[in-house]
Design a binder for this molecule. Structure first.
Ligand code: SAH
Ligand code: SF4
Ligand code: F3S
Length: 471
């Protein structure tokens, strides 16, 4: 048994991370023979991509995917810690699984992802959730086969969570969700330690992949016919800062743009590390999509300081305006937290003012949720929940208004759309995403799925566009 420890998780050593090649760490390729698995993924794209690795590892051991958890032999939850409701969802599922396990004692239940890195969660599992048979964390994803086998050999709850990141593992098997769009990790972890955020403890220190490995992965995706890559990281703009070479995000973006991949996206960008050179590179290459996710969190410099975000309202707006000016037709989306401890009505009004200036193309809005072991969770918070809920509602009304206005401006345009699939219940046949990441529904032949086609925008809604394919 190896349990998580926050003290160790907070350490940021200067040591450079060592690269290691993955190989199935157990001899037994028959472990999953005649068995099925169900994997449930919560949280962000990082977790979704980890799940693509998990699925491939399980399938290497002979497990087959099951459509629903009731019929699976192995059920694994890849969890998220970011807010209380992510926790509640996973614990709710564990509650349901308790009953299933009573009916079918032979099923195997596992938990992994960010919640596995939390001291409190592991204590709860040890004391209240004996139905969880095995646990592994974000730093030892590649050891899933070992952890699972240990449980299967001994029938004893097996918990293996590393508090500190180990080597950077290359060459993990991957079962991609889409044959057209792929996630490519470029940097793991986060060193920003925003005071509200648990990610630096659950994902460890910032570690960049070597550029050769990233570029090779993308070249292979191009050969396989992929149309789009999303470069992933908690803060992609910090790419390269931990490597020896003087090679940063702007250089990587440029090199990726020079491959033949038709579409490049990246997320997430912390406003702090956004360089002028990066803006120029985004503007210069047509295959870099003009859609930038630039979380602001708050429009009040006083709150931003308490959040440890390292920028002010003014410097955010300066960067925002510079991007808008340099990259024509760019769409900018954001994340906003309301109800951070000590947020007063004036602070909230400043957030609304900032939204009125930026007119974001999309915004993910949240009520602040105190997270275990984070500095903000120790601050006094006198704002009642009803007030926070009212603020969220008011903010949502305002952001929605701009989504609609921005979409309306697209009516009449011809947009390049990557067709992603059939609309199962909708009025139109197909859906896809424009270069600026807007969902568009339209009629057309299913032969266009996986291709980039021209679609004329004929109508706008708050969260989507309607279009007509151009013959
Ligand atoms: N690395 C990204 C954010 C990842 S988390 C960045 O810094 O931009 C995604 C979003 O969740 C954050 O941008 C923030 O808005 C929200 N979030 C993170 N911790 C939160 C908390 N404790 N309560 C509420 N929202 C939170
Ligand atoms: Fe969390 Fe801040 Fe890191 Fe984003 S940059 S993952 S909000 S600590
Ligand atoms: Fe959640 Fe972990 Fe992602 S906390 S948002 S799954 S990095």
């Amino acid at each position: 048994m190896q349990l998580p420890n926050y003290k160790e998780a907070s350490i940021r050593s200067k040591e450079r991370v060592v690269k290691e090649q993955y190989k199935l760490p157990i001899e037994d390729r028959e472990l999953g023979k005649n068995k099925t698995y169900f994997l449930k993924t919560y949280g962000c794209q990082m977790n979704e991509h980890d799940s693509e690795n998990i699925q491939a590892m399980l399938e290497e051991m002979g497990f087959k995917e099951s459509e629903n958890y009731e019929h699976a032999d192995l059920i694994l939850l890849n969890t998220c810690s970011i807010r209380e409701n992510a926790h509640n969802k996973a614990f709710g599922m564990l509650g349901r699984l308790k009953h299933l396990k009573q009916e079918k004692p032979d099923i195997i239940i596992g938990l992994c992802g960010c919640m596995a890195q939390e001291e409190g969660v592991i204590q709860e599992i040890l004391t209240r959730y004996p139905q969880v048979n095995f646990v592994f964390g974000t730093h030892n994803l590649h050891r899933l086969p070992i952890v699972l086998k240990k449980y299967m050999d001994t029938n004893h709850q097996e918990i293996e969570v590393f508090s500190k990141e180990g080597n950077l593992i290359e060459g993990m098997p991957v079962k991609r969700m889409s044959p057209y769009k792929a996630y490519v990790n470029i940097i793991y972890g986060c060193d920003k330690f925003c005071t509200y955020c648990i990610v630096p403890y659950t994902r460890g220190k910032q570690r960049s992949r070597r550029k050769e490995d990233i570029l090779q992965e993308i070249e292979e995706l191009v050969k396989e016919g992929y149309q789009e890559v999303t470069l992933l990281g908690q803060n992609v703009n910090a790419y390269g800062k931990d490597l020896e070479e003087n090679y940063g995000m702007e250089d990587l973006l440029e090199d990726v743009a020079k491959t033949n991949i038709p579409r490049i996206r990246f997320m997430t960008s912390h406003p702090w590390d956004f360089t002028d050179k990066m803006i120029e590179v985004i503007a210069k290459y047509p295959n870099i999509m003009k859609a930038i996710h630039l979380p602001v969190q708050s429009g009040s410099s006083r709150i931003l300081r308490k959040m440890g975000r390292r920028y002010t309202k003014e410097s955010y707006l300066e960067l925002f305006d510079k991007i808008k000016k340099t990259v024509p037709n760019v769409s900018i989306s954001t994340d906003i937290i309301v109800g951070f401890p000590g947020e007063e009505e004036e602070d909230f009004q400043e957030t609304l003012d900032l939204v009125r200036h930026c007119k974001f193309d999309n915004a993910f809005t949240f009520i602040y949720s105190p997270r275990e072991n984070t500095p903000a969770s120790r601050l006094t918070d006198n704002t009642p929940l009803e007030v926070k809920e009212k603020r969220l509602q008011e903010l949502n009304q305002l952001v929605n208004q701009y989504f609609l206005e921005n979409n309306q401006k697209k009516v009449g345009n011809i947009e390049k759309v990557l067709v992603e699939g059939k609309n199962e219940n909708g009025k139109t046949d197909l859906y896809g995403y424009t270069e600026t990441n807007k969902l568009i529904n339209f009629n057309g032949s299913s032969e266009t799925i996986g291709k980039i086609v021209d679609v004329k925008v004929i109508d706008a809604k708050t969260w989507s566009l309607d279009g007509e394919i151009c013959e």
